[in-house]
Design a binder for this molecule. Structure first.
Ligand code: FES
Length: 90
């Protein structure tokens, strides 16, 4: 059975949006897609460490706010360059 962590801030997150949360000392980008499904990904972009939680969500991808790299919400993989990815969390 998974260890679940309650994230009260998640209720305030709109669809197609992201925010930064800290869970057990780990910086996480919490994202919500247009269907209201939540995703948790690492919060630092592999390009220049932009804070992913300050970006936006569009068409199932989260967009880094610094230079616009995008990452698939489900896999964390960049469609532009699959070797660039964010860690995903259950
Ligand atoms: S730091 Fe994320 S795209 Fe540059």
């Amino acid at each position: 059975m998974a260890d679940w962590t309650n994230v009260p801030e998640a209720q305030a997150l709109s669809t197609d949006a992201s925010m930064t949360i800290v869970v057990n000392g780990t910086d996480i980008a919490l994202c919500r897609d247009e269907d209201g499904i939540y995703y948790a990904l690492s919060n630092r972009c592999p390009h220049r460490l932009g804070q992913i939680g300050d970006g936006g969500v569009e068409n199932g991808r989260v967009i880094c706010p610094l230079h616009g790299w995008d990452f698939d919400l489900r896999t964390g993989i960049s469609p532009y360059n699959p070797s660039d990815r964010l860690q995903t969390f259950p």
